[in-house]
Design a protein around this ligand. Structure first.
Ligand code: ATP
Ligand code: MG
Length: 180
């Protein structure tokens, strides 16, 4: 399983549709300050369902939509698509290629789809939670976040490990079932 491509349209500084094709292995993004490197990482977290505006380095969720520049008016929607190569079947879905798309309009909530089928956030989370790309996004370690990992309580650390091992999903389901 690896990320094959990421397409940003109206997401933060990426006003025009921008497609990044990735190969297996390590990818480095280089560029001058303010050129949008971190915005690419934000897009990755966002399309996988990130709900925290602060995690995305904004004040409110709609800050992810292109806000306009001197020569270009703001846009009304942001859309990010993530295509994952699933030939090894790491994702529990019968497709060798999986495209997750998240769209957000300035006046409202988010829409998600998996290979073109409208889906819920929960569907995205369940699809990804077995892959090691969990909902709490510990796979994306931002600047300054290492500190937080080092200062985590034993319970929080256990959470990281459970997420990585893929048992978090089952624990959450169990907690939900017990509440009923
Ligand atoms: P550094 O090397 O300093 O970390 P970077 O390449 O990571 O820089 P980013 O933080 O990804 O840079 O990009 C910052 C740029 O994105 C800023 O110029 C900011 O104005 C722009 N930007 C962020 N959100 C939006 C938005 N909603 N609309 C338009 N531009 C945006
Ligand atoms: Mg940056």
């Amino acid at each position: 399983m690896y990320v094959k491509s990421l397409t940003l349209k109206g997401f933060k500084s990426f006003a025009s549709a921008t497609n990044l094709r990735l190969e297996p292995g390590i990818t480095c993004i280089v560029g001058p300050n303010g050129s949008g490197k971190s915005n690419v990482v934000d897009a990755l977290a966002w399309v996988m369902g990130e709900q925290g505006a602060k995690t995305l380095r904004g004040g409110k969720m709609e800050d992810v939509i292109f806000a306009g520049t001197a020569g270009r008016p703001p846009l009304g929607r942001a859309e990010v698509s993530l295509t994952i190569d699933n030939t090894d079947g790491a994702l529990p879905i019968d497709y060798t290629e999986v495209t997750i798309t998240r769209t957000m309009f300035r006046n409202g909530g988010s829409e998600y789809s998996i290979n073109g089928t409208p889906s819920r956030l929960l569907d995205i989370q369940e699809l990804l939670s077995d892959s090691g790309i969990g909902r709490e996004m510990h796979v994306i370690v931002g600047q300054g976040q290492l500190d937080a990992v080092l200062r985590a309580t034993p319970e929080e650390r256990r959470g990281f490990i459970e997420e990585a091992a893929g048992v978090l999903k089952h624990r959450k389901r169990k907690e939900k079932a017990l509440r009923k």
